[in-house]
Design a protein around this ligand. Structure first.
Ligand code: TRP
Length: 446
């Protein structure tokens, strides 16, 4: 069985070397595993929560899309899309919002941090807090639950969000699943041995510390950034301590074991820092050179990137659209047209609704007939379009039923052709009882 791995990348910045080593490179390696079914997407709705600069949002989406493809993500194998191209996601967000406890969201770290900061500053606790920030975890739960992801690789700061997705999914299953797991409950994956790279000043490489090395700047920009790496003041010829040098840590993240051993020996032997920087620059330039060319080629063809992402969205929606249909059904947002009344036993009991549920699959449109308890009575053959399926459901409700026992199941025919089948039963008696229930369910109302 394949494992569905899903993760989102918030589109507010330009990828740097730390993002590459910590997230992009391992994710692309993971997506090549034949057992993996990877869903990687640009979390651009999340980006809107943090950023109100349209130009920056647009630039970042383009840069991040080009970066992942340039680094070798195979968009035919993985499903690579923009969150904002999947309208089912905001729709699911609302369904989930309606079952998410406010108390749960009150505990979200990001929201709490804003409140604490406000309180400390003597401001209103919710000053500057938008509903977007507050509901951030629900949108993220929709991203994850929409595709029934098994595993969600994220940084430590996102663990709580994945746990909330589990909580919300579980609650929805409990309320609307009828004993069935509508949503797969996701598991968080923290890659323990993935490199957190130090930045120029030795602290974690991060945009907020302004200590990053750009991933796909020009060779000159790369060289300039490497030149700004802070080192100690040991002179050329003096032995350097590799284990206390973040320049060495950066080198390690990209070198083979032999390269690493050789560099260590050179540093211990008194290699000048200037030389050491030149070594690191060459290593990085080598590792990134080809990808950088691909990146610049992609960036100059935004229309091609658009096509790739739209194809990814179409692929994702082949899952999201029918699944959201099921979820709408589950919460009670159902078509009136497909509703039929079960004949009541005796006239006193209120009639219970059996219902037709239509859905789309790869081979066409089908419908199910469910009894009042949600038990399946019939599953139709595939029809070319929704209209053809609808006509059949209409005729089944108005014409004499033509049922045929077939081994341990039965079919329903129209004009002599089977249009729907019952589930399989273990005995003839059960089968015959089901035929009777179906007749009652579809009997015209007086
Ligand atoms: N919130 C994540 C981050 O900032 C990005 C993200 C959005 C995400 N939706 C997701 C990650 C779903 C994993 C799964 O890093």
């Amino acid at each position: 069985m394949t494992t569905r791995i899903l993760t989102g990348i918030t589109t507010t910045g330009t990828p740097h070397l730390g993002n590459y080593a910590g997230a992009i490179r391992p994710a692309i390696v993971a997506s090549r595993d034949p057992q993996a079914d990877s869903f990687y997407f640009l979390a651009d709705y999340h980006a809107l929560i943090k950023c109100d600069d349209p130009a920056r949002i647009q630039r970042s989406r383009l840069e991040i899309a080009a970066t992942w493809l340039a680094c070798g993500l195979d968009a035919d194998k993985a499903t690579f899309y923009r969150q904002s191209d999947i309208p089912e996601i905001p729709e699911l967000t609302w369904l989930l919002t309606c079952v998410s406890a406010k108390g749960l969201l009150n505990r979200a770290h990001a929201y709490k941090a804003s409140v604490d900061k406000n309180v400390e500053a003597g401001e209103d606790p919710d000053a500057g807090v938008t509903m977007g920030l507050y509901s951030y975890p629900v949108l993220m739960a929709a991203d994850i639950l929409m595709f029934n992801a098994h595993k969600v690789p994220v940084g430590r700061d996102q663990i709580q969000h994945v746990e909330m997705a589990r909580d919300i999914g579980q609650r929805f299953n409990h309320l609307f699943g009828n004993g069935k797991e509508l949503f797969t409950l996701p598991e968080v994956v923290i890659e323990e041995d993935v490199a957190t790279l130090p930045g120029l000043d030795g602290r974690k490489m991060s945009k907020s510390y302004d200590n990053t090395i750009p991933l796909f700047g020009s060779a000159k920009q790369l060289k300039d950034a490497v030149a700004r790496i802070v080192t100690d003041s040991r002179a050329p010829g003096e032995p350097k301590d590799p284990d206390n040098s973040h320049l060495f840590t950066l080198y390690q993240a990209f070198s083979t074991h032999e390269q690493e051993a050789a560099f260590r020996a050179e540093l211990l032997g008194g290699l000048a820092w200037g030389e050491a920087k030149q070594r690191l620059f060459e290593l990085l330039d080598n590792e990134l050179g080809e990808a950088r060319e691909r990146y610049h080629a992609l960036i100059t063809r935004p229309a091609d990137l658009e096509d790739i992402l739209l194809a990814g969205a179409a692929k994702a929606r082949r899952i999201a659209t029918p699944f959201l249909g099921e979820l709408r059904e589950a919460v009670g947002l159902r078509s009136f047209r497909e509703q039929v009344q079960v004949a009541s036993e005796g006239k006193k009991k209120a009639a219970k609704a059996a219902r037709f549920v239509s859905f789309r699959e790869d081979d066409g449109f089908r419908f199910r007939l469910l009894d009042a308890a949600g038990e399946q009575l019939l599953l139709s053959i595939a029809f070319a379009d929704g209209k053809a399926a609808g006509q059949v459901t209409k005729r089944l409700q108005s014409e004499e039923l033509d049922l045929h026992a077939e081994l341990n199941a039965f079919s329903v025919r129209l004009d002599g052709e089977a249009v729907a089948y019952s589930p399989e039963f273990s005995t003839d008696t059960e089968r015959d009882a089901a035929m009777q229930r179906l007749r009652e369910a579809l009997a015209p109302q007086e």
